[in-house]
Design a binder for this molecule. Structure first.
Ligand SMILES: [Zn+2]
Length: 95
């Protein structure tokens, strides 16, 4: 009987380790994002942290670069809307 609710066997531990590894990777990604912000040298996507820059090497047209990323960003709501629009357009018009 598992008095405290913990699993009796170690069968669940690999899953837990995988979750911890995923969280460590996410923590590292967020640390890099914070570092970018604190350096003042980069501009980052507010949804996923994608780095543009450094500012000195980025073309003047930041709006165009930003639009390119937003259309592909896995986190940005606009990319989700564009994917849905593309799917519906294809279903309706066939292309
Ligand atoms: Zn993004």
């Amino acid at each position: 009987m598992a008095a405290c609710g913990l699993p009796k066997t170690s069968s669940r531990y690999p899953k837990t380790d995988k979750s911890i590894e995923a969280l460590k990777a996410e923590n590292e990604r967020l640390k890099k994002w914070i570092s970018d912000l604190q350096s003042g040298m980069y501009i980052n996507c507010v949804y996923c942290g994608h780095r543009y820059g450094p500012k000195s090497e980025t073309p003047v047209s930041m709006a165009d670069i930003s639009k390119e990323h937003i259309e592909k960003c896995p986190e940005h709501p606009m990319s989700h809307l564009k994917a849905e629009y593309d799917r519906l357009r294809k279903a309706f018009y066939g292309n």
